[in-house]
Design a protein around this ligand. Structure first.
Ligand code: ZN
Length: 478
C-alpha cells in the first residue's frame, strides 16, 4: 500500500493555535505528524489549510433497511401527504414492476391507520406491503395477506380482529415476514457505503435486532469485497457472540458484535422479570445491552429491570425519546449512555408538536440536560427511519428547528456544534465518550474538510466534506 501525505491541515481541536500540520499515513495508520515532512514517494494531498477530523461514527442505523429503502416507494411526508397521493405513488410503482410493491416511511397523517381493507382501497392490483416510518409495523393489503399466509401465521406480532382474523397489520416481525416473501437476494450495500463515505462516516453501528445469520453474512461479504468500506459493529448478533475486537477502531473488513440489542416494544411491553432475565443473560455472556426505549413507560420499566439485573459498563439506551427530568440522575448513577437522534426533531418536529402529549414535549430527545446531568450522549441517524446526514443532525442538535418552520422544539436542549460533533467523534464502543484523536499510531480514519474549524462550528454542512479516508484508503473525494 502506498503511503499518503496530507499537507497543510489544521487538526481538529487545535483551534486558536492556527497551526498547520502535515500528516503521513502508512499501513492504514497515522505514521507521522509534523511540519514540512518529506514526500518520499508518497501520494501527496494539499489540505489547503482545511480541518482534519477523525472519521465520524454513526452509532445507530440499519444497513439493509437503508439499502431496501432506496428501491421502495416512499409512502410518507414530505413525498406523499394524502391518501390520493399515496394511491398514485403505489399505482405508478405497480405499473413499473411486477409482483410485490414495497413501501416505506408511512405516517398516519397521510391516510390514517391502515389495515388490509383500507389499503385495498388505495391499491388492490397485486400484493403491497408498507412499513410505518417507526420501522415497527408492516401493513399488508388483502393480496399480500393471502400471499404470506398471515391468517394461519403464528407470530405474536400478527394483529387480529375480534373474530381472530389477521387485520393486515404486523408488528416487529421483519424476519418472519421475510421468510414468507419470495426469496430475494438482500440488496447490495454498495450504495449505502457510498452515501456514508460522502458524509465522512467511517464507522457504523447496525442496530437491527436479532439479525439473522444470513443477513450478518451478507454484511460481512459486502465488507470483505469492499462494497461497504466502513467499519461495522452489530447489535443484533446472537447473545453469546464474543465482543472481543470492539474498540475505538474495530477491524476493517469484518463486522464485530457490539452490545446486545433489546427492544422494549410499546405495542407489547415485556414483563419486568422477563426483561431483567434477558439483560442478565446478555451480561452473563459479557455483552452490555443496547435497549430500544422510546416512551416514558418503557424507560421506567427498563430502570426497574436494571435494578434487578444490575448494570454493566457499555449499557446504553437507544433513542431515549422521552426522558422525564427526574430520571436523568438515575441514568447517570447507573452509568447508562444515551444514543439519540436529534434529526427526528428536524424531520418530525411539527408532528411531535401536534400529536404528542404536551407534558411529554419538554422530555423529548433531550441532549443539553443529559450532558449537564453527566450522561454520555452518542449521536446517530437511525437511517433509514431518520435522516442520515450527520452534519444536518449536528445542526438539528444546535437549533432544534423543525423543517416545517416555527419555534425551536425544546430550546433548553440545544447544544453547541462542538458538543454535537463529539457525539459523532466518540468510538463505536464508547458512544458519547471522549472524541477519538488524530495521533501517531491511531487508525487513519479521517475526514478532510474544505473549511476551517471556526466555519465548521458556525454551521455544520455536508458540503464541507472534501475527502473521507478509512484505514488510510481514500473512499470519497480527492
Ligand atoms: Zn433503529
Amino acid at each position: 500500500m502506498t503511503a499518503l501525505l496530507i499537507r497543510n491541515v489544521a487538526i481538529y481541536g487545535t483551534r486558536g493555535t492556527d497551526e498547520r500540520t502535515d500528516v503521513r499515513i502508512a499501513g492504514g495508520r497515522v505514521s507521522e505528524l509534523g511540519t514540512n515532512l518529506a514526500a518520499a514517494g508518497d501520494d501527496v494531498i494539499n489540505g489547503r489549510g482545511g480541518t482534519l477530523l477523525p472519521g465520524l461514527c454513526d452509532h445507530h442505523l440499519h444497513l439493509h433497511a437503508m439499502a431496501a429503502a432506496a428501491s421502495s416507494v416512499s409512502c410518507g411526508p414530505p413525498n406523499v401527504r394524502t391518501a390520493v397521493e399515496l394511491a398514485q405513488a403505489l399505482g405508478a410503482a405497480g405499473g413499473r414492476q411486477q409482483g410485490w410493491i414495497r413501501g416505506t416511511g408511512y405516517f398516519e397523517s397521510v391516510a390514517g391507520d391502515l389495515d388490509a381493507v383500507a389499503l385495498d382501497r388505495l391499491h388492490d392490483a397485486g400484493p403491497v406491503r408498507i412499513q410505518h416510518r417507526s420501522g415497527a409495523l408492516w401493513m399488508l393489503n388483502t393480496a399480500a395477506v393471502a400471499a404470506v399466509g398471515l391468517d394461519a401465521g403464528e407470530h405474536p406480532g400478527i394483529e387480529r380482529d375480534a373474530s381472530g382474523r389477521a387485520t393486515g397489520r404486523l408488528w416487529r416481525a421483519d424476519e418472519w415476514l421475510r421468510s414468507r416473501l419470495p426469496a430475494a437476494d438482500p440488496p447490495s450495500l454498495a450504495g449505502v457505503g457510498e452515501a456514508l463515505s460522502r458524509f465522512g462516516i467511517t464507522s457504523v453501528t447496525d442496530a437491527t435486532p436479532e439479525l439473522s445469520a444470513s443477513s450478518a453474512a451478507v454484511i460481512a461479504a459486502d465488507m470483505a469485497a469492499g462494497r461497504l468500506p466502513q467499519r461495522v459493529q452489530l447489535l443484533g448478533s446472537p447473545v453469546a457472540a464474543s465482543t472481543s475486537g470492539a474498540g475505538a477502531f474495530p477491524p476493517r473488513r469484518t463486522p464485530t458484535p457490539g452490545p446486545y440489542k433489546i427492544v422494549i416494544a410499546d405495542s407489547q411491553l415485556p414483563a419486568l422479570d422477563d426483561l431483567a432475565a434477558l439483560i442478565a443473560r446478555a451480561h452473563a455472556a459479557d455483552r452490555p445491552v443496547a435497549v430500544h426505549c422510546v416512551s416514558r413507560v418503557a424507560l421506567l420499566l427498563l430502570l426497574a429491570a436494571l435494578d434487578a439485573s444490575g448494570v454493566m459498563p457499555g449499557d446504553r439506551l437507544e433513542h431515549a425519546a422521552v426522558v422525564p427530568a427526574e430520571t436523568i440522575v438515575s441514568l447517570r448513577r447507573r452509568g447508562l449512555r444515551v444514543v439519540t437522534q436529534p434529526g427526528f426533531i428536524a424531520q418530525r418536529g411539527d408532528d411531535y408538536r401536534r400529536l404528542m402529549e404536551p407534558e411529554d414535549l419538554p422530555d423529548l430527545y433531550r441532549f443539553r440536560t443529559l450532558l449537564a446531568g453527566g450522561v454520555r450522549v452518542g449521536l446517530s441517524s437511525d437511517a433509514p427511519y431518520g435522516p442520515l446526514d450527520p452534519w444536518a443532525v449536528m445542526q438539528a442538535s444546535v437549533d432544534r428547528l423543525p423543517l416545517g418552520g416555527g419555534r425551536p422544539l425544546g430550546p433548553h436542549e440545544r447544544v453547541t456544534a462542538s458538543e454535537a460533533l463529539t457525539g459523532y467523534l466518540s468510538g463505536p464502543a464508547d458512544p458519547g465518550g471522549a472524541p477519538r484523536q488524530i495521533r501517531v499510531g491511531s487508525a487513519a480514519d479521517l475526514v478532510l474538510l474544505h473549511c476551517s474549524e471556526q466555519e465548521l462550528l458556525a454551521g455544520p454542512d455536508a458540503a464541507m466534506v472534501r475527502m473521507t479516508i478509512i484505514a488510510g484508503e481514500p473512499v470519497f473525494g480527492q
